[in-house]
Write a protein that binds this ligand. Structure first.
Ligand SMILES: [Zn+2]
Length: 481
């Protein structure tokens, strides 16, 4: 009998410990992932509550209404219809950030900010007051940091029919001014074509698109060289145009081994290699630093981290973890191999160079406001991480400036303005099928903006993505940014 009692006691203690562990984990999860859970389509509580509350409006940074309601009162009762911006070009440009009434976009503001839009932040007094007055509750208005005119203008710069993404952020604060993904669709007219389109228009490439960063990753390889070699800036590198690694070659753009055509840069400094985007040099750097140290630098820029930003849900970037051949390591230094990153993350990489090595957390919600105009919440800037030493950022800034002055990024030049950047032409599978990249920033204290542009299946970053960045920066400068 005593034995049985003891056993029961042991089982009880064990269950108590399990319960405490579960409670601690639950508390942690809700603190960290609360909004991600709350806004999930699986939350039936939210779905049922949505019927009782008039959703708040979604506005851009200039107070333009991106999502609002049309309330019609008839003899049968009131009917509320969710509407989006009157200009179709703006609606389409903003659809991936805002979302639509059907919930086709993952983590659009319509679903991710449901707790504000549907009045879950209201106090009991406010709820009671609505109840006593017999009025339907109205949720909070959400004011975004994005400029919808800028987003619509930038969408029009992409080549016809091409998919891609563009992000603009303030590198001192993390505030996002533009976030677009192409192709787009109209939330007021969701067609079956949009649903079956192989280019997947519902997919937000700016934050969900995992691309090989291509030569834009050379920013990180160069940072790793500075952090591991005191003489990185003065050392002479040798480009033969065909670096043998194992039984294969790392070649430079323009080389065609089968045709006997070899492009080589000869002896060059790291700065020159960066300017002309020399694959040979960056493959040699990766091999001499080694996989572990290069991975460490990439991780200090946020690769392999679990991004948990307050209001932007971003796919995690990957630096391959193990079992790597020399050939894979060499191609990683160049930005190929199995590396992946989103356009937003590569914008943050450029932004960290501009901001003395400090990477700010991106955010898109500026403030939330109760229906009567009282402010509910206001965003503040937060540091995400320190990506590199300020000295490293300083040198890289000069390198990125020289890319735009005399390197592969001259198409991003603006007269009288210090534009800095790095181009990339990341291969998808064959030479013809390449994604065009440009990441960069304005090195101007009065205009602290960073950009990232990807155009899928479009060719060279210098010829396709850099001109888009130039036009976006030019528009911003002309419009008071
Ligand atoms: Zn070269």
């Amino acid at each position: 009998m005593k034995q049985v009692k003891n056993n029961i006691r042991r089982v009880c203690i064990f269950l108590c410990i399990l319960f405490v562990l579960l409670a601690v984990y639950g508390g942690y999860s809700i603190t960290v992932n609360g909004n991600r859970w709350f806004s999930s389509g699986a939350n039936t509580f939210v779905r049922s509550k949505k019927k009782d509350v008039i959703a708040g409006n979604i506005l851009d940074r200039n107070g333009n209404f991106l999502a609002f309601n049309d309330v019609q009162t008839t003899a049968e009762g009131t009917k509320t219809t969710r509407l989006y911006h009157q200009d179709a070009a703006v609606r389409r440009a903003m659809v991936h950030v805002v979302g639509d009434r059907e919930g086709n976009v993952n983590n659009g503001v319509e679903s991710f900010m449901a707790s504000s839009l549907y009045g879950f932040q209201m106090s009991l007094v406010e709820r009671f007051s609505c109840f006593m007055r017999g009025v339907q509750r109205t949720g909070d208005n959400v004011h975004l940091t994005l400029d919808s005119r800028l987003c619509a203008m930038a969408s029009g710069l992409f080549p016809q029919g091409k998919a891609g993404a563009l992000v603009v952020m303030n590198y001192e604060t993390g505030e996002m001014l533009a976030e677009i993904s192409l192709p787009q669709y109209d939330p007021m007219n969701i067609t079956w074509q949009a649903k079956s389109d192989p280019q997947k228009p519902f997919y937000n490439r700016a934050v969900q698109g995992l691309y090989a960063p291509g030569s834009t990753f050379k920013i990180i390889t160069a940072a790793s060289a500075f952090e591991n070699y005191a003489d990185a800036a003065t050392r002479a590198w040798q480009c033969t145009g065909q670096l043998q690694v194992g039984d294969r070659f790392v070649t430079d753009a323009g080389t065609d081994l089968a045709a006997g055509k070899i492009v080589s840069h000869g002896q060059l400094t790291l700065q020159r290699a960066f300017q002309v985007s020399c694959n040979n040099t960056f493959a040699q750097i990766a091999l001499s630093i080694g996989d572990q140290k290069l991975k460490k630098t990439a991780e200090s820029f946020g690769f392999n981290d679990n991004f948990l930003f307050r209001d932007v849900v971003v796919e995690n970037s990957a630096y391959p973890r193990e079992n790597r051949t020399e050939r894979e390591v060499a191609w990683t230094g160049v930005g190929q191999s199995t590396l992946t990153a989103t356009p937003l993350h590569m914008c943050m990489v450029a932004a960290a160079v501009a901001n003395d090595g400090v990477m700010m957390e991106p955010y898109t919600v500026m403030r939330t406001q109760a229906a009567d105009g009282r402010q509910r919440t206001e965003a503040e800037s937060r540091v995400y991480r320190t990506a590199m030493k300020p000295e490293t950022a300083q040198v890289l800034k000069g390198y990125m400036r020289s890319v735009v002055q005399t390197g592969t990024g001259t198409a991003a030049q603006i007269a009288g303005v210090k534009v800095c950047g790095k181009t990339g032409s990341a291969e998808v599978d064959t030479q013809e099928n390449t994604n065009a990249w440009f990441v960069g920033f304005l090195d101007e204290p009065a205009h602290p903006y960073a950009i990232s542009v990807v155009v899928e299946d479009a060719g060279g970053g210098g010829s396709v993505a850099a001109p888009i960045a130039r036009q976006v920066f030019q528009w911003m400068l002309n419009n008071g940014y």
